[in-house]
Design a protein around this ligand. Structure first.
Ligand code: LFR
Length: 493
């Protein structure tokens, strides 16, 4: 049922290293996008801990919404707005919605003690995995909340609600406090077999159950925007609050389930859609996260360290690219290299033994990415690259191998065969990474010129507004108009 008039919507899409506000216009079954505001994001450290600048982010959101309104055609209004962010981080508030604790960033190493405690208690580790479907990862909200309650016991009196970041911004916009399902599924506190919190997990991590309310599904209307005159008729819609859930929603996947999804940004999230979770010892060993789709189904995925490595290494080189032309030059130089910095090009993918171990925790939040990479290579008696092109090549090849390993593990566990890898996000524009992934995985990589997270965010708003019937319909319509690049694997023999 295509609506006669164009519909205008805004997606607020916050990533760990940059945020954007995108104005989407739906007209004649086609979505067009206009990026009206983009800004850098970074956590800041004080006293040895890492925090988000939450007031700064809110001000950027407001600036973005003002820019969206300014970009509307004369007389038009914004029908709705939705917020997605990275996973796991949260705001603790009181009944009035006032912040009662600073908002930590997930890379803060305050969770290390809890991480090791759980890792070393096999029975608890297995029980928590069987209950929540989420492995023991340093950034989990469960570990973060456990640390907050332990280091500041008074918090259980001060705070009455825990709002994950999309929930918190939804509250600032609409005045309604709600927890949304996809973001809740990143916490390691949700029951993997239902759409409600797990009492056992909450008790294990000593998180007060009253801080959380039964999660709402994507598409829930939270109320009109408060306090901004130009937006007084604009609905705040709970979209999938987790950016990765939005990115997955935007994939124009084949309905037969043979596509593997890769959302490539700061993190590389490799996974697929499923009606059932992947659980058990093998899934736990492979660190499969059974996160949720907006409608309640599952996105079993693994988290490979991602472009964080590339973002990190750039800081160590004054010669880092500053313009698109610089980037093109760097990629071309890196393409010419064979891994190990031997200058002759080769058609063969590099051998795994020459690549980085991307699971090395030393790469998570190092002071210098170059020093951390060099230290790992030195330990393994591998000569570090000579220049930025060499590091770029090493990182892309290593991530490609990580993506391929994830594919193999998923095929073994799910019994499915994945015929293509669909990639969206920043990495979809990186042809070195796309080719390395195709080469290592032995299947074509299809890269879409698509702002994945923003498009998934807008799609859920369109469905909630009944402008589009459902996600399958949206994907079919989107697929028709999308530009794609296919990277075919080079012979891996
Ligand atoms: C990507 C992402 C990942 C999540 C990581 C930390 O932006 O949301 O899915 O695991 O950030 O929250």
């Amino acid at each position: 049922m295509p609506s006669a008039n164009p519909l205008h919507l805004a997606a607020i899409d916050l990533g760990a290293t940059s945020g954007r506000v995108i104005l989407g216009t739906w007209s004649k079954n086609k979505l067009s996008l206009k990026e009206v505001h983009r800004f850098p994001n970074a956590f800041q450290s004080i006293g040895g801990h890492d925090y988000w600048n939450i007031a700064g982010l809110w001000n950027e959101i407001l600036a973005g919404l003002r820019a969206a309104v300014a970009a509307l055609p004369r007389g038009a209004t914004l029908a709705s707005v939705g917020v997605d962010t990275w996973g796991v981080d949260y705001a603790l508030v009181n009944d009035a919605g006032r912040l009662v604790y600073p908002v930590h960033a997930y890379r803060d190493d305050r969770t290390q003690a809890g991480l090791h405690r759980l890792a070393n208690t096999r029975a608890a580790l297995e029980r928590i995995y069987a209950t929540t479907g989420i492995p023991n990862v340093f950034y989990n909200s469960s570990l973060q909340l456990e640390e907050t309650v332990a280091s500041c016991p008074a918090i259980t009196d001060l705070a009455t609600r825990c709002l994950f970041l999309p929930d918190y911004f939804n509250f600032l916009l609409s005045g309604r406090m709600a927890n949304e399902l996809t973001i809740a599924s990143t916490t390691q506190l949700l029951d993997v077999h239902s759409t409600d919190w797990s009492r056992a997990a909450l008790d294990h991590f000593r998180v007060p159950a009253q801080w959380l309310s039964k999660p709402v599904l994507a598409g829930t209307k939270l109320g009109k925007v408060r306090g901004i005159d130009a937006l007084k008729t604009t609905q705040v819609i709970a979209v999938p609050g987790h950016d990765t859930a939005c990115a997955y929603d935007a994939m124009p996947a084949s309905p037969d389930g043979t596509d593997l999804f890769l959302s490539s940004g700061t993190w590389s999230l490799v996974g697929f859609e499923s009606d059932t979770p992947l659980l058990g010892a093998e899934a736990l060993a492979a660190r499969i996260s059974n996160e949720r789709i907006g409608d309640g189904r599952y996105r079993p995925l693994t988290n490979v360290i991602g472009l964080w490595l590339l973002e990190g290494i750039m800081k160590d080189f004054a010669s880092r690219p500053k313009t698109d032309a610089d980037w093109a030059k760097l990629v071309t130089a890196a393409e010419k290299l064979r891994r190990g910095n031997v200058s002759s090009a080769s058609d063969r993918p590099p051998l795994a033994r020459d690549l980085l171990d991307v699971t090395d925790p030393a790469l998570t939040n190092p002071k210098s990415m170059k020093a951390a990479i060099d230290a790992q290579l030195k330990k393994r008696r591998i000569t570090p690259p000579k220049n930025l092109a060499g590091y770029t090549r090493l990182i892309c090849d290593s991530l490609g191998r990580g993506h391929a390993d994830a594919k193999t593990a998923f095929e073994r566990m799910s019994g499915r065969i994945f015929k293509r890898i669909l990639i969206v996000g920043g990495g979809s524009k990186n042809r070195l990474l796309c080719q390395a992934t195709a080469d290592a995985a032995g299947v074509p990589v299809v890269s879409f010129a698509l702002e994945g997270t923003a498009v998934g965010n807008l799609a859920r708003q369109l469905i909630a507004l009944r402008a589009v019937k459902d996600l399958t319909t949206f994907r079919a319509l989107l697929g028709k108009s999308l530009k794609q690049t296919i990277y075919t694997p080079k012979d891996a023999a």
